[in-house]
Design a protein. Structure first.
Length: 256
């Protein structure tokens, strides 16, 4: 059965006489094929920007947990205990992480974690994990460069993130993104938010035709500004009127 996109074909716009910002109106659901890829790119961006130092993979035995859902719940529970134990033993400082589930061909989960903090030897991790779960299946790999971090993000974090009932597809500890690029939040401009019933990709060409300087950022938002030199651009309404759609006001509190 085909999946029906939940997003609207509209663009949210905030603009004034000198600049503007436009973002797609998205539902942000993983079940939406449009938002699925945007959500995936966001996870990869957050994972890389924190500059992790190790990749940790945790697994529990399918014999002890034959149900994939129960295995995922046990991985989530055991991770909390592992982090608490490491904190109390002071064997790993700053155990901050970003975690994602990966579904094996058998349907059972692996839990991949990108870790910030000092590197912990595999033997110590294996002993702790076996004491808590009865499983010895632990793999840890040191990340020595930004390029290596990018490779691991693309290989493990960049896959389609698997979902198990009662568990998030991905999550991170509170301190994982400290010092990293902040998640994108739409900035507030003077003016009102509005909606354009048109293709997001059609807007840049229409704005450039009217004389605005246009920039597309991450394929997820469009900004434009008045040029420093040359004739003033035609008004924003000229860019969309009769070209790419209709404009209507939208209450600004939604994006503040």
């Amino acid at each position: 059965m085909p999946i029906t996109p939940l997003c609207t074909p509209e663009i949210a716009v905030n603009q004034n006489a000198n600049s503007g910002l436009a973002v797609p109106v998205r539902c942000k659901r993983w079940s939406c094929p449009v938002c699925h890829q945007a959500n995936r790119r966001k996870v990869i961006r957050i994972a890389k920007s924190a500059k992790p130092r190790a990749l940790l993979t945790l697994t529990v035995s399918s014999k002890d947990y034959p149900c994939p859902q129960e295995a995922a719940e046990e991985l989530k529970r055991a991770l909390r205990l592992l982090r608490l134990r490491l904190k109390r033993s002071k064997k790993l400082e700053n155990f901050e992480f970003l975690a994602v589930f990966e579904k094996h061909k058998s349907g059972h989960p692996h839990l991949h974690l990108l870790i910030k903090g000092s590197f912990l030897p595999w033997k110590d991790l294996r002993r702790m994990w076996e004491e808590m779960t009865g499983s010895y299946m632990v793999d840890i790999r040191k990340i020595s460069s930004h390029g290596q971090a990018a490779m691991y993000c693309a290989k493990y974090i960049g896959k389609d993130l698997s979902s198990f009932q009662g568990c998030k597809r991905w999550w991170r500890s509170r301190g994982y993104s400290d010092g990293a690029d902040a998640d994108y939040q739409p900035e507030h401009l003077e003016g009102q938010w509005g909606r354009i019933g048109a293709s997001f990709l059609a807007l840049p060409a229409a704005l450039e035709e009217c004389g605005w300087e246009v920039q597309i950022e991450r394929g997820e938002r469009i900004t434009w500004r008045r040029p420093d030199t040359g004739p003033p651009p035609r008004p924003f309404m000229d860019a969309i009127h009769g070209r790419i759609g209709m404009f209507r006001l939208w209450h600004s509190d939604i994006y503040q």
